[in-house]
Design a protein around this ligand. Structure first.
Ligand code: FER
Length: 245
């Protein structure tokens, strides 16, 4: 494992690169955590291990305001995360051992994966959104995020929910994001893995994405919650199977 920082316009992004055993040249998958998350969470490690076992190098990166990266949590927005992810993609592209590039992320990182997939439609061999939280922009427009209601036309200075404080700019940014447009722009292969008992992101969003994508596969994990607690082996198996077919 190699630990380092990737520069994003002066913002340091904490990253770790894990190589599969014995590989010289191999594919690489960028892997991104969710909202309030970081790269050492059990489900992120599980995804990383499954990819490594399938012969894929994994570049875990932490986004603005999360984990060991620069920035304050309350000031993160999806635009900042998109800018960060593009810097990570540029870094990954510069590595000469990489054969094919893949992008994966959990929840808000899964939403990010869907957005960046649409922005770089020729960059990735496939994208793997895990429990992607692509209802966030809808929630921002409807005035419901973090389990709290607000007036979407009079966005509060700060959102208080889930014991967190989040700047209103998060909502302003999220309101402008239309995930369907980016789904349409990405015509490559997509693997969605989602627990059918997810209490944070409704499973129906995975079914809706499956229909909208040109070439998607959905692996439901029966009985699993948002972070696949108690179902880590099924998450790993879904990911391994994607490569080892
Ligand atoms: C929300 C529901 C889910 C929300 C964020 C999430 C900002 C993200 C969850 C995750 O990334 O795990 O209302 O509001």
């Amino acid at each position: 494992m190699k630990e380092f920082y990737i520069d994003c316009d002066g913002v340091k992004l904490h990253a770790k690169l894990d190589m599969p055993e014995g590989a010289e040249k191999c594919p690489l998958c960028i892997l991104i955590h969710g909202f309030t998350g970081h790269m050492e969470e059990d489900h992120i490690i599980a995804a990383q291990e499954a990819m490594n076992e399938a012969g894929v190098a994994v570049l875990r990166a932490e986004m603005y305001g999360h984990g060991g990266s620069d920035g304050e949590f309350r000031k993160h927005t999806l635009y900042k995360w998109v800018t960060n992810a593009l810097a990570v993609v540029k870094y990954a592209r510069s590595l000469d051992f990489v054969t094919d590039l893949y992008l994966s992320g959990h929840s808000q990182g899964g939403l990010l994966t869907m957005l960046v997939g649409g922005m770089c439609p020729d960059e990735f061999k496939a994208i793997l959104p895990l429990s992607p939280a692509w209802m966030i922009p809808d929630g921002a427009r409807e005035g419901n995020l973090l389990g709290m209601d607000f007036d979407p036309k009079h966005i509060p200075e700060t959102l208080y929910g889930w014991d967190l404080e989040l700047d209103g700019d998060y909502v302003r940014v999220a309101q402008t994001i239309h995930v369907e447009d980016e789904i349409e722009r990405y015509e490559g292969q997509v693997l969605i893995v989602h627990g059918d008992e997810d209490e944070t992101v409704p499973f129906e969003y995975a079914q809706k994405a499956l229909k909208l994508y040109n070439n998607a596969k959905l692996v439901p994990v029966v009985g699993a919650d948002h972070c696949f607690n108690g179902h880590m082996e099924e998450l790993k198996e879904a990911i391994r199977q994607f490569w080892v077919k």
